[in-house]
Design a protein around this ligand. Sequence first.
Ligand SMILES: *Cc1c(COP(=O)(O)O)cnc(C)c1O
Length: 366
Amino acid sequence: MSPFLDLPPLTAAEFAAIEDKVAALLHTTADVVVTQGEALLPLEAAIRGAAHPGSTALNIVTGPYGQTFGNWLRDCGAKVVDLVVPFETAVSAEQVAEALVAEPAVDFVSLVHAEAATGNTNPVAEIAAVVREHGALLMVDAVASVAAEPLLTDAWGVDLCVIGGQKAMGGPAGVSAVSVSARAWERIAANPAAPRRSYLSLLDWKERWTDAGRTALPHAPAQLEMLALGACLDRIAADGLDAVIARHRAAAAAVRAGVRALGTLAPFVPADAHAAPVATTLRAPDGLDATGLARELLQLDPSLPVQAGGGALAATMLRVNHYGAAAALGTVRATLTALATATAADAAPALTAADAAWGEAITAAH
Ligand SMILES: *Cc1c(COP(=O)(O)O)cnc(C)c1O
């Protein structure tokens, strides 16, 4: 292969077509900005665009990303109310409603849909209804839920919906996207502290690209990452979004059923309804260090999508990242087989349970 990049530059029309495909994936007619960086870029851009001194934010913390959002909101001078729930559960719409009653000034709510790091998922539809009634803007981090769970941005009333390609979409990590509702544009445009002439400025993109008719790109796009994102959107459309979502649900159900049959580890998120389809987190048995267990599993099979939990969870949590191409029964079976070996359990009942749960989940989706 030639060491030179002899591809023609990505055209404005190709860039706009990719934005339109993302909008279709998110079930939105709102503007979509395909941001030229990893998903932390649009997450930070959305928060810095909306928050300012004098604004009050309800920051829902169900995993590590919520902590990051709280720090950005405080940095913007907003008053921040953190609603923190234990990471092995989901937040409920009732809890959000209570928090809004206690703090009527809330004008911005940040929420993570599915959490890959802790393995839980939140009921966005119900929460969005409560937030909308209150009149606040809702930002949802859907990086770990897009293509693994239904994501009905407009029907639910999500104002700022942020996605990345690197999880269930099985695509590139170097570009990401955010949909921006008309309400969100109004609030951001009215915010004197919103970034301008900045890499974090959504308003710059609106002015120089979206509102200018999407005919000339303001900067050279990340061409290879954009081509990869376009290809991944086409693949999801060809497979069918529902089928991709069903594969992720089936992988989570199969890992959970298999692990319960093994009996040596337990799902970190006990309630099936709170479990994310993108990754299953497991509690290591007493006396077994999760970091050591992850290392042993990878020695048995280097292709397994396993890692120890982050930060304080490194000793007790094992993550099975069954997203993208890893949302497959073969990957689930290989993971359970290695877990059986590493924890001296019988693999056969776990594989039987996993096969049954996989089949049931796929059938239920049809
Ligand atoms: C993966 C993920 C991101 C992207 O962040 P990285 O740390 O770069 O992987 C953002 N939000 C959530 C909820 C994620 O799971």
